[in-house]
Design a protein around this ligand. Structure first.
Ligand code: PEP
Ligand code: MG
Length: 599
């Protein structure tokens, strides 16, 4: 069958000269970014389009022929492998269809025509032609034709890969751009080159997903939950990303650009005003002192935390250090890293959280693929099962504690027994170091993260075993509401101010205070300016937020009166819905710091 006859209409492959178009999603990281799109689509990375010189056009076409020959050989090899398996005869036929596509001259002629006519690179022309076929097939009423989409995608991916292997440069962009992707992992985000990526937008995601958390730490504008953007946007399109309001604009018009100039000026003057309170204490207007620390994922963020006036590091997410290098760092490397962080932050100290691998943080080699990763082998469950790895980290923490103010904190606890097992292992490590005569400090503070409802419900028992509690609201909300924190489809049920969450928060603070220990919040709720009045009124002693959020949260704390927050809390704990609680919080926040709430 000649595939050319399937092409009834051509989709527009570029928005270059088009009108301004807007998409709305979830704003997860503030800031404005302007630049050309680079699309990392669900099917394949959309290649860049670039001009080739007239005299190089034949070479360009020759590149395609070589890539086609390689592709043919690979498919034939695969076909042989499948045939030689006992049940593979029928499946091997699938590859016949792939080989037929490679023979279809009508498709290839179209590609050649574009390369000759427009003098563009072969990857771009090929992607354009095959994508046109794919979209026609997708829209077809014939089930058989619709099912061929997957074959086309498979063949296209293979040819593009072969082309990129032959090409002296790979497919990565080397100029400033806005990244468009179906989904990004936290390590993709952490590996981004901040000097080239002006922001990113994805089709799926959530505001407390680690990808979003890292974007905020990096100060990278980001919007998620923009379904369909990988099809609607093409590499090279002009984009504006508004991480304040969750908007992505294709071909921003001149008036839009000037409106955004004004917004950027307003935001930068507001940030300058906040710099003035950098060295003042984060105490409420009626004198309640609250510790305001920063969350970090990487060592280099210590200086950002200090520049923003954080009092210490309230959460060092050490799993990113692990994932960054792809290999478990040795005890020595960890000691050096933790000591540098401790020295860098000074007397206010650092709380090192032990590895919280799992959930949406899945490095190769350790965590296994699971059907429900957030309910599976994550955090303390994994480290308690891999005691050798866990003890290496605990030893490093105890050793680093000899060089500065270091505390340790355990993530994802769901039972008291887990806390006790952590303590035993920590003591074991201290004894070993003693015997080995290695310098360390065995009397460090131990904290328990309260982020699973079962832990919040027995917070009184846990509090008796530790020196402090720190509430991880990102997970506490996820597990209380049974809402995946990285799934934008159920984001409406991810309710920080749901009465069930508020009760668990209250139980945790009360439990800690009854045992005379301090209780903090290190989840993203601590930097949500609408939630701050509630957390102050509940009596939290410490707020730990991403470094760039410290100035705004400090200003909010200094503008609130503890007594008023307490009075508000005594009212809202009687309410049955999040909306009423939110209204009360909003009104107190608006009365206290309206300037921070302007969009
Ligand atoms: C939390 O769950 O609130 C928390 C601070 O931990 P993480 O976001 O790393 O899961
Ligand atoms: Mg957590």
């Amino acid at each position: 069958m000649c595939l050319g006859i399937l092409l009834m209409s051509k989709i527009e492959q570029s928005n270059h000269q088009g009108e301004e178009r807007r998409f709305s999603g979830l704003a997860v990281s503030a800031g404005i970014g302007i630049g050309k799109a680079f699309v990392h689509g669900a099917i394949a990375v959309e290649p860049e389009t670039y001009k080739v010189e007239k005299e190089d056009v034949d070479d360009e076409i020759e590149r395609m022929e070589v890539a086609l020959t390689d592709t043919r050989k690979q498919i034939e090899q695969l076909q042989d492998q499948v045939r030689s398996s006992s049940s593979g005869h029928r499946e091997a036929g699938i590859f016949d269809a792939h080989l037929l596509m490679l023979e279809d001259r009508s498709v290839l002629d179209e590609v050649v025509e574009i390369v000759r006519g427009e003098q563009v690179n072969i990857e771009s022309a090929l992607y354009r032609v095959i994508n046109n076929y794919i979209s026609v097939l997708r829209g077809s009423n014939d089930v058989y034709l619709r099912q061929r989409v997957i074959d086309f995608e498979d063949v296209m991916r293979r040819i593009l890969r072969n082309l990129s292997l032959m090409h002296p440069t790979d497919q990565r962009v080397r100029h400033e751009h806005i990244l468009i992707a179906h989904e990004l992992t936290p390590s993709d985000t952490a590996a981004m080159d901040r000097s080239l990526v002006m922001g990113f937008a994805t089709e799926v995601g959530g505001s407390t997903a680690h990808t979003a958390i890292i974007a905020r730490s990096l100060g990278l504008p980001a919007v998620v939950g923009l379904r369909g953007i990988c099809d609607a946007i093409h590499t090279g399109d002009e984009l504006l990303i508004d991480g304040y309001n969750g908007i992505l604009i294709i071909n921003p018009a001149a008036e839009t650009l000037s409106e955004y100039d004004v917004l950027a000026d307003q935001k930068s003057s507001a940030a300058k005003r906040l710099e003035e309170i950098r060295d003042s204490k984060p105490e409420t207007s009626d004198g309640r002192e609250i510790t305001l620390s920063a969350n970090i994922e990487f060592e280099h963020e210590v200086s950002i935390a200090k520049e923003n006036g954080a009092q210490g590091i309230g959460l060092y997410r050490t799993e990113f250090f692990y994932m960054h290098d792809g290999d478990m760092p040795s005890e020595e490397t960890q000691v050096e890293n933790y000591s540098r962080v401790a020295r860098g932050i000074g007397p206010d100290g650092v709380i090192i959280r032990t590895l919280d691998i799992g959930g949406d943080k899945l490095p190769d080699g350790i965590a296994v693929q699971e059907a429900n990763p957030f309910l599976g082998w994550r955090g303390i469950r994994l480290t308690l099962a891999k005691t050798e790895m866990f003890k290496t980290q605990l030893r490093a923490i105890l050793r680093a504690a000899a060089t500065g103010d270091v505390s340790v904190m355990f993530p994802m606890l769901s039972t008291l027994d887990e806390v006790k097992r952590c303590r035993v292992l920590l003591e074991e490590c201290a004894e070993e170091l003693d015997k080995e005569g290695v310098a360390h400090c065995s009397s460090i503070d131990i904290g328990a993260m309260i982020e699973v409802p079962s832990a919040a419900l027995v917070a009184d028992q846990i509090a008796a075993e530790v020196d402090f509690l720190s509430v991880g609201t990102n997970d506490l909300i996820q597990y209380t509401m049974a809402v995946d924190r990285v799934n934008d489809q159920v984001a409406g049920l991810y309710q920080p101010l749901n009465p069930a969450v508020v009760r668990l928060l209250q139980m945790t603070v009360t439990a800690g205070h009854e045992k005379d220990i301090w209780v903090g919040v290190c989840g993203e709720m601590a930097s949500d300016l609408l939630c701050v009045p509630l957390l102050v009124g509940l009596g939290f002693d410490e707020f730990s937020v991403s470094a760039p959020r410290v100035p705004a949260v400090k200003h909010a704390l200094r503008s609130l009166a503890y007594d008023e927050c307490r009075a508000m809390v005594s009212e809202v704990v009687k309410f049955s819905g999040q909306d009423e609680i939110l209204e009360h919080c909003r009104s107190l926040a608006m009365n206290s710091y309206p300037e921070l709430l302007q969009r």
